[in-house]
Design a protein around this ligand. Structure first.
Ligand code: NDP
Length: 601
């Protein structure tokens, strides 16, 4: 290996460590605040008065995002239509209901990310879909599978309690509903609660302030479908945060705001997007029966293995010519470049370190080429390993810094110091602004208890919160001892993040629908996971080594803000990774023996 490159690589790795040190905060997640009630109002749908419901349904799903929609769809495919989805939003969509900030889109290819395309007959319009199309697709699924009929929107569950004698769940809500349900499922999402930075004086600000996930188009002008923010022309705007959300909304804000100050704590890695319309002839040529599953399988296969799980030696498929898949393929080829006879965690880590330096150098080169002011460009350079934070892709973000009204305020890892009635203070300088947009992220509910805002009481009145007090316990991430006829659809203890999220939810929905259908056909009324199986599953999760690339990462949500709570170990996916998990679940479903579950008549 060339000496000079080695020296550079060492310097870069040292810089990664220095930048990490600057950012580690003992408060971890405690540095953030929840939204005020006023900031948390639904900007999109008027709340409709309705009489409370007091009935019985077969299946209740709490959460109207992908998890609820896909479980509802899978139940409907098996002829189970008596399904009630509940959400505090005014419609289906989950994150795609709430997040309508200008520029919002999904970074996974639409042909993969939008589930049930074959069943609903939809062809994505763009390679990477914007939010309006994604939300429409959620609504399309809702209509296609009849999920609107019993749905309750603008409704929050207050309590769900298992009634052992009657073998059903008793559910109450903040709208006075009180009904029973044979089954209960929780799919509360992992980015469902927006958070604010706990900046000194944040409550004092007298101008306009909103979170990006509750965008105020009445103030900015424009709309989700037409993000020309024509009311910002006389406004001084602050955006706090430079994560994936900020990267997407800063371009549109910079186009019209009189002055835009972007307050940066950690620069994001940004790469080109290259979006474009889907070619209809191409789409028709690939859309043969079963195509979406095949494409999904290829994607899952390409991603599995990057965090030390066993992986395929076959070359990457990347049928959709996707940047995430290319990124995954590149890291896989780096791992494969280590000769098999010496491939171990130490040699793989060294190879990945070398690749990290190469990748970061390329990102730096791109940023320097895009941003005309060299000082601003230097401040925008990310200094962390590629898998420490979500890579972002955007063609407009960097260009925003070439617009005359936009100014980057880099805080060298410290963040904003204070907020006054009229200004944001950083690096000892006061920046007077009319409006603050918080692109400060979400409570990261990979720990499902972080998203759980109501009581779930199982057998003998045991609270799910107490049951999981020492960490999540489950079989397949889905079943929890003491909570019969209940299914949790979550990242923890299943396929985990490293695959397309709706793929994981669809797989969970298929499993749930299979179990419910089996019970219906066999006249069974109660299902609960066996204690030993729950324990064994959770123990193997706890024994999964941490993702090698995150141990020395700069803090962020993927690293639980640098948290060291031992319960974090129970939030991983299975050691085999998403590919192994889906293969195992396919076998489990096919076998028909429902191993690990205890049924009663
Ligand atoms: P993030 O948590 O990624 O970003 C929050 C930002 O706020 C970070 O830049 C953070 O800095 C900054 N911040 C926090 N506190 C302060 C402070 N006191 N002063 C200054 N800055 C501060 O949230 P996002 O909403 O951007 O993204 C959340 C997730 O949503 C993503 O990881 C992604 O998975 C998903 N997403 C996906 C998209 C897609 O598919 N295209 C689009 C948007 C979001 P620091 O980094 O230092 O913590």
């Amino acid at each position: 290996m060339n000496d000079t490159i080695q020296l550079d690589a060492d310097a870069v790795l040292r810089r990664f460590a220095e930048e990490r040190e600057k950012r580690l905060r003992p408060e971890g997640f405690g540095q953030y605040l929840g939204l005020t009630q006023d900031m948390d109002r639904d900007p999109w749908t008027e709340r409709q008065e309705r009489p409370p419901v007091a009935d019985h349904v077969t299946f209740t799903f709490v959460g109207g995002g992908w998890a609820g929609l896909l479980t509802g769809a899978e139940l409907a495919k098996r002829g189970i239509h008596d399904v009630r989805i509940i959400d505090r939003a005014g419609d289906f969509g989950g994150v795609w209901y709430w997040n309508r900030y200008p520029g919002v889109m999904c970074d996974s290819p639409a042909a993969l990310y939008l589930p049930l395309l074959e069943e609903t007959g939809h062809m994505p319009s763009m390679k990477y879909a914007f939010q309006p199309e994604i939300l429409e697709h959620c609504q399309r699924i809702g209509r296609h599978f009849g999920l609107y009929d019993k749905a309750l929107f603008h409704t929050s569950v207050e309590r769900a309690e298992w009634d052992e004698a009657a073998r059903l769940w008793r559910i109450t809500t903040d709208r006075g509903d009180s009904f029973t349900s044979t089954y209960l499922s929780l799919g509360l999402g992992f980015f469902s609660t927006p958070k604010l930075p706990g900046i000194h004086g944040i409550e004092k600000f007298k101008g306009k302030a909103f979170h990006a996930a509750r965008w105020d188009y009445a103030y900015t002008g424009g709309s989700p479908a037409d993000p020309r923010l024509d009311k910002l022309t006389d406004k001084r705007v602050a955006v706090i945060g430079t994560g994936a959300t900020a990267i997407q909304c800063i371009g549109p804000v910079s186009e019209t705001a009189k002055e835009l100050y972007v307050f940066q704590r950690t620069p994001s890695a940004v790469s080109p997007r290259g979006n474009g319309p889907v070619d209809e002839a191409w789409f028709r040529s690939i859309a043969t029966p079963g195509w979406q599953k095949r494409y999904n399988d290829a994607y899952v296969r390409d991603w599995t293995g990057l965090w030390g799980q066993p992986f395929s030696l076959e070359p990457s498929l990347d049928p959709l010519d996707d940047d995430f898949a290319k990124f995954a393929a590149r890291l896989r080829s780096v791992i494969l470049s280590v000769p098999a006879e010496i491939r171990n965690p130490v040699t793989v880590k060294a190879a990945l370190d070398k690749a990290s330096v190469d990748i970061v150098s390329e990102v730096h080169e791109y940023i320097r080429g895009m941003v005309s002011d060299p000082d601003t460009a230097e401040k925008l350079l990310p200094w962390y390993r590629p898998l420490c934070k979500r890579p972002t892709f955007n063609d407009d973000y960097l260009h925003a810094y070439n617009r005359p009204g936009t100014r980057l305020v880099d805080t060298d890892g410290k963040g904003v110091e204070a907020i006054t009635e009229t200004a944001v203070i950083a690096n000892g300088t006061e920046y007077p602004v009319d409006c603050i947009i918080y692109a400060s992220g979400f409570e990261f509910a990979k720990d499902p208890l972080r998203a759980l805002k109501f009581e779930v009481l199982g057998t003998g009145g045991i609270d799910l919160r107490s049951h999981w007090a020492q960490g999540v316990r489950s079989l397949h991430g889905l079943h929890t001892r003491g909570f019969p006829n209940m299914f949790t659809v979550q990242l923890a203890q299943g396929a985990d993040f490293a695959a397309n999220v709706p793929t994981g939810w669809q797989d969970a929905g298929e499993t749930i629908a299979l179990i419910v259908d089996h019970m219906r056909q066999q006249g069974l009324s109660r299902v609960e996971v066996e204690e030993a199986d729950e324990l064994a599953w959770s123990q193997q999760i706890a024994a999964t080594p941490p993702m090698p690339d995150t141990r020395d990462c700069t803090p962020g949500l993927l690293t639980f803000e640098g948290g060291t709570d031992p319960r974090i170990a129970l939030l991983s996916g299975v050691p085999e990774g998403p590919r192994g998990f889906f293969a195992m679940m396919a076998g489990w479903k096919l076998s028909g023996d429902f191993a690990g579950l205890e049924f009663q008549q």
